[in-house]
Design a protein around this ligand. Structure first.
Ligand SMILES: [Zn+2]
Length: 253
């Protein structure tokens, strides 16, 4: 029989029952269990794990556990550069694209507003989300840890916050999104690129009650919606500005 000792660090403890938090504990492992299998059996989705040490050595998820192994499991580090140690995934994602589960519609809109390609549809079920994420190389966003444990899901984020603005802040911090944000470049409804249009073209498309004095207009060729720099745009900009400044990205236009 294989017995290993586990210690989970930082917010990974949120997934454990209270008697296993912030301390080392012993656990019996199934025969030929991999580190990934055991971590998930203990309740922690593998997508939340960034670094895995077995007996002090950085290993991949596929490592078979042996009797007496000491397993230390770390989440994504916010500020410590550990890139040379990372071995759990072969390929980091280069381009950040997301797929949000049905409960994260508010976050999906805020991500699109920030310029991040984010699929969201209330009709997606968990299997479709997992398949689409695997096919397109998208990061799964969810508050459902079972979804993150699916075999097909390689990159995912368990969202802890409950309100969309806080969820956006959480994700920006966790994935360092500020540098890649392109505010007001995607349609909030269709997730496709917006096209800047001039005042003349906007004049033809604007509802008559709206003046034409706004400085910028963007148009969605898919849903034929026009976006202009009015009150709604400004309140969204106010929401984004602190995120971008705090994290060193460009201020929104
Ligand atoms: Zn659109």
């Amino acid at each position: 029989m294989v017995r290993a000792t586990f210690r989970f660090y930082e917010e990974l403890n949120d997934f454990l029952p209270s008697e296993r938090r912030q301390r080392a504990f012993d656990c019996e492992c199934a025969r030929a269990a991999t580190a990934k299998h055991m971590i998930e059996a203990l309740g922690v989705p593998h997508t939340e794990v960034e670094l895995l040490l077995v007996n002090g050595e950085s290993v991949g998820f596929g490592r078979l556990l042996a009797d007496g192994d000491r397993v230390a499991v770390y989440p994504k580090f916010e500020s410590l550069d550990i890139s040379s140690l990372l071995k759990v995934r072969d390929q980091p994602l280069r381009r950040l694209r997301f797929i949000a589960d049905v409960h994260l519609g508010g976050l999906a809109r805020l991500l699109r507003m920030s310029g991040f390609d984010t699929l969201y549809d209330t009709h997606f079920d968990d299997q479709e989300i997992a398949e689409t994420a695997a096919r397109d190389g998208r990061i799964v966003l969810t508050r459902d840890r079972e979804l993150l444990k699916r075999r097909l899901v390689d990159h995912g984020c368990y969202i802890r916050a409950r309100k969309p603005a806080q969820q956006l802040r959480e994700l920006f911090g966790r994935l360092d999104l500020a540098g890649s944000a392109r505010p007001f470049s995607l349609c909030l409804h269709c997730n496709v690129p917006l096209r800047p249009i001039d005042r003349e073209e906007a004049r033809e498309r604007l509802p008559s009650r709206i003046g034409c004095s706004y400085p910028r207009f963007m148009y969605c060729d898919s849903c034929r919606r026009l976006f202009w720099e009015g009150t709604h745009w400004r309140s969204m900009r106010a929401l984004l500005a602190p995120l971008l400044e705090q994290l060193g990205g460009d201020p929104p236009p």
